[in-house]
Design a protein around this ligand. Sequence first.
Ligand SMILES: Cc1ncc(COP(=O)(O)O)c(C=O)c1O
Length: 330
Amino acid sequence: MLKVLVCGEGPDRTGVMISIPQYPLYSATLADLAAVQINYYLDEDRCWGLDVAELKRALSAARTHCNPRVICIINPGNPTGQVQSRKCIEDVIRFAKEEHLFLMADEVYQDNVYAEGCKFHSFKKVLFEMGPEFSSTVEMASFHSTSKCYMGECGFRGGYMEVINMDPEVKAQLTKLVSVRLCPPVTGQALLELVVNPPQPDEPSYSSFMKERTEVLAALAEKAGLTEKTFNTVPGIICNPVQGAMYTFPRITLPQRAIDKAKEEGLAPDMFYCMRLLEEDGICLVPGSGFGQREGTFHFRMTILPPTEKLKVVLQKIRDFHMRFTKHFS
Ligand SMILES: Cc1ncc(COP(=O)(O)O)c(C=O)c1O
């Protein structure tokens, strides 16, 4: 999709708006295509919420040096685990229309919603409910994958995108471009078929499918709550609710001496922290600097995927490590 959208030279080069913290696949793909990355920041104090004023700020700053043409939204979010409200989605759609931006809705975590009061709303559904003024004009692509949700079948490599309101001539080029890659393996295609057409109540595998689906999602919801609760008991760690997706992205306070020591070793402070944890306890977290974060703040990303009993041990070990680390460098 990005390959089709990116063009131009110098100040005319395509700019693509992505959230910060972001999923590094985006920055890497944009770098690969030599597109201009336009950062808009999610608001950590409002549970990683998305604010249209921030979108406007990022867009007008970018207009001085590139041609913004695309906005990417990840909902539910990776690495931040937030689920966007319906109102927020409407605001983004309005913004995209006003600013003539192509909307890319990455919705691969659409079934991973845990927090009470949160619900997944697809951009396409909201777009169509907003009426023809929007549904027949805003250009959009939404994405889904077999590798998330209750499936978690990363190895099969199956996914789809749905493209709406694209000029037919451009769409013909897109189809040609996608066709160059031939097709994914049969197993991935078969699995995707099952994702979009799951077993129905009158079919033999319905009850075992529903049982497994319910169990997987219930366990993830339990682990989301457990992770948030445990982290928030640790002085120096602040964790937003894990509303959806599969990750937590807590903020950590690092003592100045640890920051100085990291600089001495040529490492980002949160990388230094994560390496220490890996060396001392064998736990691998991803430093926040890999995803982007506000200057002067530090985070790490952790998945909530380990089995519950193992996760409890991991959380306890991170808790002990954080206190030990803080004490050592204070
Ligand atoms: C937000 C987001 N989009 C896309 C992907 C990639 O999905 P796939 O495994 O289908 O390549 C991921 C995988 O982690 C993701 O987190």
